[in-house]
Design a protein around this ligand. Structure first.
Ligand SMILES: NC(=O)c1ccc[n+]([C@@H]2O[C@H](COP(=O)([O-])OP(=O)(O)OC[C@H]3O[C@@H](n4cnc5c(N)ncnc54)[C@H](O)[C@@H]3O)[C@@H](O)[C@H]2O)c1
Ligand SMILES: CCCCC[C@H](O)CC\C=C/C=C/C=C/[C@@H](O)[C@@H](O)CCCC(=O)O
Length: 265
């Protein structure tokens, strides 16, 4: 295939928004998209860390390639403002990575609000800008689910529910978009355990299920930990491969695999 640009230029001119981008998987996603020439807007509630990432990547990729905006994905108002600022500043949105997420089985309603409702809010507001039927130029949404979106994590029933919801919402949105002609692809990643802040001090996050932390820790020991870069590379694959819509990519230490779901026909 004749490449008109180098692979690293593949996202030149594309505008990406990444939620939960200040640290962890989201930061790695943002950096990987920047490495591939996208312009990236980083959204997070951690101002200090988010601004530090932008300061660092600006040295590497130049001015006007990255912007941090404080945005709590629990707030539709803040999401609308951040996305409008993105469009006003850079001219549109081509890529959305709904990545922000927490694990807290005590504050389980907050976990639902961030992990599931935040993905719905982000997708619906982004569609107002990306949908070809309403003046957008199409694009792709990649949602960060989890292996806990494919099977139960015994110590985190609500977290598990949110991630199952992200997988189901992603697949349904992909189908709705394809049938409606929105021109927006929707995919999800399901990583196993990744070395980030989210998996530190697990016992303190399990609430009434804290007595089950041994089971989870044992699973973690058995499987090993993914790096954030390994996860970000999978997000890049789903962004770049325009054949991917409604796809769910499971990411394990020993490799990655697209999930096949039972046919509804
Ligand atoms: N670490 C893992 O083992 C693992 C595995 C699979 C999936 N995930 C998922 O990956 C995503 C990122 O998690 P991580 O491991 O990088 O965690 P992390 O705690 O290192 O980073 C999460 C980021 O999201 C931000 N955030 C939290 N609540 C927010 C909100 N309301 N609005 C905006 N930003 C918010 C945090 O400030 C932080 O910067 C989450 O959705 C998580 O469920 C994590
Ligand atoms: C308490 C830590 C929470 C980390 C949450 C992250 O999203 C990472 C989730 C990682 C692994 C989840 C594994 C879920 C496994 C279940 O699907 C189940 O199949 C496991 C049953 C035991 C087994 O079959 O090995």
């Amino acid at each position: 295939m004749l490449r008109l640009t180098s692979p690293k230029m593949a996202l030149d001119g594309k505008i990406a928004v990444v939620t939960g981008a200040a640290v962890g998987i989201g930061e790695a996603i943002a950096r990987t998209l920047l490495q591939n020439s996208a312009t990236v807007v980083l959204l997070d509630v951690n101002d200090a860390a988010g601004k530090a990432v932008v300061e660092d990547v600006t040295k590497q990729y130049g001015e006007d390639k990255a912007l941090f905006l404080r945005c709590n994905v629990e707030s539709e108002e803040q999401i609308k403002a951040a996305f409008q600022k993105t469009v006003d500043t850079f001219g549109g949105i081509d890529i959305l990575c709904n990545n922000a997420g927490i694990l807290n089985e005590s504050e389980w309603e907050k976990t639902v609000s961030v992990n599931l409702l935040g993905v719905v809010r982000g997708t619906y507001v982004a569609l107002q800008h990306m949908n070809k039927l309403t003046g957008g130029r199409g694009g792709v949404v990649v949602n960060t689910a989890s292996m806990a979106g494919l099977g139960p994590l015994v110590s985190c029933p609500v977290y598990t529910a949110t991630k199952h919801g992200v997988v189901g919402f992603t697949r349904a949105m992909a189908a709705a978009s394809a049938v409606s002609g929105y021109g927006v692809r929707c995919n999800a990643i399901c990583p196993h355990f990744v070395q980030t802040d989210l998996i530190t001090n697990i016992k303190s996050k399990l609430g009434q299920f804290s007595h089950l932390d041994d089971a989870t820790n044992q699973m973690m020991e058995n499987t090993g930990l993914l790096t954030v870069s390994e996860v970000a590379e999978s997000v890049l694959e789903l962004v770049m491969d325009e054949t991917k819509n409604g796809d769910v990519l499971m990411i394990l230490k020993q490799g990655k695999q697209y999930i096949t779901f039972p046919s509804m026909q």
